[in-house]
Design a protein around this ligand. Sequence first.
Ligand SMILES: Cc1cc2nc3c(=O)[nH]c(=O)nc-3n(C[C@H](O)[C@H](O)[C@H](O)COP(=O)(O)OP(=O)(O)OC[C@H]3O[C@@H](n4cnc5c(N)ncnc54)[C@H](O)[C@@H]3O)c2cc1C
Length: 364
Amino acid sequence: MTFDVAIVGGGPAGVAAAVALRRVGLGTVLVEASRHETPRVGETLSPGVRPALARLGLPVAGAVPEAATESAWGTPDLTTRPAVLNPYGGGAHVDRAAFDAALADRAETHGATVLRGCRVRRCEPTGARSWRLTTEHGQVTAAAVICATGRGAGLVRAVGARRQAADRLVGVAVEYADPAGDQVTLVEAARDGWWYSVSLPPAHRVVVFMTDSDLCRAGRYPDPARWADAIGGTRHLGERVRGLRPRTRPRVVSAVSHRLVRPHTVRPWLATGDAAMSVDPLTGRGVLTALLAGEAAGTAMAHWLLGDRRPAADYERGLDARYAEYLAERAEVYGRETRWPHAPFWRRRAASSLAASLTASSTP
Ligand SMILES: Cc1cc2nc3c(=O)[nH]c(=O)nc-3n(C[C@H](O)[C@H](O)[C@H](O)COP(=O)(O)OP(=O)(O)OC[C@H]3O[C@@H](n4cnc5c(N)ncnc54)[C@H](O)[C@@H]3O)c2cc1C
């Protein structure tokens, strides 16, 4: 199979890139390892997601409006921010696997070829101008590649790129059966990190503990008995899950913030979404950032194939600028929690907050 552009990864970024490429009539294949059959994290859509999806002609499948955000951050007491007070309207909660599956279906409607259950094992240059992808089910060749493989940034070594990580954040996630559902996002800081919980359609709740990978191991958070014990030590979250039955065992997912560092390439190749730049789930903007970056990468790649590389260079500079802004914002938000100044999780973030303010004050 031969295409103009092969996109590896059928999450929000890959789908947005596919739609942008199809709009200018380029032959596009979206190669996705999964069939979107297993649970995925990243279930709160920020208010900006709806207009971004509408612009791309993509659906918001099965979204339940978010009623409010409650947080115990910097203080043991809960602060409530009702969604109606947000000038952009409220966010929404979705079942991410179902949401992502619906996006990939719509990429097909836009004319992209979608290969599901098809992991790309290798990506390498072939001939004078093409790329060859070796998948579980055969080979695909294309003039250009967009790598949208998510936070793990799989396959970026094909062009000698590497991740520059800003932390070691992981999430430990457990789903509970929760027929009542409250449509509230709860965030609660703790000594080793912070918790969040959201109720999701149709009748479950996801609870995630965010911590650093070494603290996760030392604290044995993925152990079900230890997990229950840690929830028992919270002030607000424990009340929210009292009496609920876990549907899954604790599983650990990477939540590292990184920016991809890549060398100059002659053959058209771009990374997008979390593969190019990933942000802390605390921002609640990962999906929006991925959609915007995916669309921009698709547009830049279309120009590159016509012989104009400038939009691709602008795209990379745009990501650099957004990542610098994000690091400053992250430092400011973590700096608001001062209750555990000697605990490693918070001490590390206070140090990066200090570094960010020194960088800002020394920038002319
Ligand atoms: C704990 C946690 C909580 C989060 N909460 C939120 C939230 O509430 N709101 C929010 O907006 N964001 C949240 N995020 C972030 C959000 O999930 C991501 O930013 C977003 O999914 C990025 O989209 P993407 O398309 O770049 O990558 P992904 O969604 O990760 O998609 C990448 C796709 O590539 C596929 N793939 C990978 N390797 C290959 C391969 N070799 N071959 C073929 N396919 C491959 C994967 O199967 C996957 O479908 C959270 C993240 C974490 C870790």
